[in-house]
Design a protein around this ligand. Structure first.
Ligand code: PLP
Length: 390
């Protein structure tokens, strides 16, 4: 059986609505969001969907995260606490603002930041917590951020419409929520990003940072540093059509994920995410108990034609060469130096043992898709059962 994939038309929800949006933009002759209407409408629709005051579009999820990090305004050498299991787009913006990424360890079953480890990592130079809702399960750092009095940035790239246990939508619990519209996310316009916030000051800072620090309402003056991270009208029109389909995408993913969840619930040696209906099911993660190993089980699943992989990452982010040894800016390791840091940060193996164990031996991820049928799910369930009991 072939499995629909986010990398091809059979596993995407791109259709007439997106085509109409692209045609509308081309026919208008206005492809830039500075003067166009699509991206402005997308921002309004995104804010309304989440019940927040502001949304700011960007050219990628990484750019959206960069807007958020820039908005919380770390001084060079200030620290931002984040997760060792994520896309590097979570970390790059921290370095780009000359701040120091501090990795706290994760829960051994969800792979999400462990609140106690984050609390222990808080220090005098902590400027923000950047939580990642891994695979679509919320990481709840609200209490830790509140206690420390620092802003909470939520990386929701994998967690569109995910919910906290109390029902709060991912991205609305913290100070700023960040989303990605890259090819391999729930909805896509190729590349794109969105941030949401209730704070008008942060929203304005983010808008300026995405547009060269140019206050379009105040003449051609550049009072603050900014990039050009603008989303184009073409991407915006596609993103609007995709956003309208998002609730359906989530409903379909949750329905089939619940089916696999039920089929595997009694299988010894496998641990599944807790709350099926709150999870966004970007991927379907399975954590194995020893002596099962992710590489052995993934190899059996691959042989059975199941789209599954061991570990999600090759190595946790705190072991990335750019952090452990390579130059960051020019030939230097700035800002991973003292100064601007108070002491040179250390990275590499041993720093986050739970994250390392997940990636090296216990975490398995099965690709998920809103176009899966019950037959797809049943085939995955059967293959996982066979691979785990082999
Ligand atoms: C995809 C992703 C990003 C980066 O988004 P891009 O749109 O690819 O730049 C950041 N964080 C997480 C958790 C992601 O999954």
């Amino acid at each position: 059986m072939s499995f629909p994939s986010m990398g091809s038309a059979d596993g995407r929800t791109l259709g007439e609505e997106e085509l109409a949006g692209v045609a509308r933009v081309l026919q208008s002759g206005m492809l830039s969001s500075v003067w166009g209407t699509e991206v402005k409408a997308l921002e309004r629709e995104m804010a309304d969907l989440h019940g927040v005051a502001h949304a700011v579009a960007a050219s990628s999820g990484t750019a959206a995260l960069h807007l958020a990090v820039a908005a919380v305004a770390p001084d060079p050498g200030d620290e931002i606490i984040t997760s060792p299991i994520s896309d590097f787009g979570t970390v790059a913006p921290i370095l780009a603002q000359n701040a120091v990424p501090v990795f706290a360890d994760v829960d051994p079953y969800t792979g999400n930041l462990d609140p106690a480890a984050v609390a222990a990592a808080i220090g005098p130079r902590t400027k923000a917590i950047l939580a990642v809702h891994l695979f679509g399960a919320t990481a709840d750092l609200r209490a830790v951020a509140d206690d420390a009095g620092v802003p909470l940035i939520e990386d929701c790239a994998q967690a569109w419409l995910a919910r906290y246990p109390d029902g709060t939508l991912a991205g609305t619990a913290g100070t700023i929520g960040c989303f990605s519209l890259q090819q391999w996310k729930h909805i896509t316009c190729g590349d794109g990003g969105l941030t949401i916030t209730d704070d008008p000051v942060l929203a304005r800072r983010m808008r300026l940072f995405a547009d060269k620090g140019w206050p379009r309402d105040g003449g051609r003056q550049h009072a603050s540093l900014g990039m050009n991270y603008r989303m184009t009208e073409l991407a915006g029109a596609v993103a609007r059509a995709q956003l309208a389909k998002l609730p359906g995408v989530l409903a379909d993913r949750r329905r089939t994920a619940a089916r696999l969840h039920a089929a595997l619930a009694d299988l010894p040696g496998v641990r599944l995410p807790a709350d099926v209906d709150a999870h966004a099911w970007w991927l379907f993660p399975i954590v194995l108990d020893p002596p099962l190993t992710n590489r052995a089980v993934a190899a059996r699943l691959a042989a059975a034609g199941i789209p599954a992989r061991a570990g999600y990452l090759e190595q946790p982010l705190h072991c990335a060469p750019v952090l452990t040894e390579a130059p960051v800016y020019g030939g230097t390791r700035y800002p991973l130096t003292a100064p601007p840091a108070d002491k040179v940060p250390t990275y590499g193996p041993g720093l986050c043992p739970a994250a390392e164990r997940l990636i090296d031996s216990t975490l398995l991820v099965v690709d998920w898709n809103e176009r899966y049928t019950d037959d797809h799910v049943d085939e995955i369930a059967q293959a996982v059962r066979a691979a785990v009991t082999a």
